[in-house]
Design a protein around this ligand. Sequence first.
Ligand SMILES: C[S@@+](CC[C@H](N)C(=O)[O-])C[C@H]1O[C@@H](n2cnc3c(N)ncnc32)[C@H](O)[C@@H]1O
Length: 319
Amino acid sequence: MDLAKELKEGLCSRPKYIPVSLRYDHQGLQYDEQCFDLDEYYHYRAEEALIKSSIKDVVSNLCIPCKVFDIGCGNTKKAQMLLNELLQYQNTVEYAPIDVSKDFLNEVCDVLFQIYGDSLKVDPMSDDLFQALSKIGNYRGRKALLWISGLQIFPKDTQLKMLSNISSTLEGNDVCLITADITQNKEVIEKAYLNFDEQRPNAKLYTNGIHVLNREFEANIDISQFKLEGKYVEDKDVSSASCVQVWLRSLCKQSYNIEKLGITMTLEEGEKLMLHGGNGMSHKYTSNQLEYLFAKAHLRVLNKWENENSALFLCKREM
Ligand SMILES: C[S@@+](CC[C@H](N)C(=O)[O-])C[C@H]1O[C@@H](n2cnc3c(N)ncnc32)[C@H](O)[C@@H]1O
């Protein structure tokens, strides 16, 4: 779906929402990087440690050479652990970093060139995940799709669509490597995600989608007229997952004319503007929930590595 259509749908629904992807412009990706340094933000460190400890074993399970497609690559630091290991076996590696912010991706490519020079054949794609997957589907060589710390940010129904699309691009010995947050400790999760001090990078990241909306769609939403709030929602049902919900609560009745969308958005005092669609974001899964989700998307788990907070899955398409 195109972004304008998605936004219009979100801002006219009940409750009103903006899609979670909107926050990841160049500035949003910088906030995302700053979150990694927060002591209580366990997720980044847990994933990094997991990839570091398992990467030799992971690569020994891959059919190489293969081209690596990194969906929602961010700063690529975690993917670099995979690239470094592949380069132990190949003189060159083909790598397609994929993300929504073109500016950020250009900077990432410069850094990759400084680190790897010509040994990394970089083929950047500044695309939305669905657009990228339709292009990846046309690639005829062997491929490994990497989706690190990406699955959990999207609402539950979108996750299944994305995984199913990933699955349908895989052929023969193609694989995907997907990470997920398996933390179940409520206190740890609330400390990491629900501190709304406005100086903190996580709070800035949550509200960055509003700045993008103001800039890209000629809205003039005044963030000072809202309060940032949220909660953790535990859900152990096998077909679901626990998640975090975050919203801006309107402090007064207010109306905004959003020129480029051709709509006027009115919020009552106390009304919530959700900062993600669907059930929530930052999902936390049990093993059963992940098995259920992968099976529904026709992905067969070939191998799995995990630590206390994170899990890494190597999957193939179920033929
Ligand atoms: C939590 S970050 C993870 C970044 C990186 N993979 C890592 O683990 O450090 C999620 C990434 O997904 C990207 N992203 C968000 N929505 C996307 C979309 N619709 N299509 C492609 N990438 C998206 C963001 O820009 C961001 O880089």
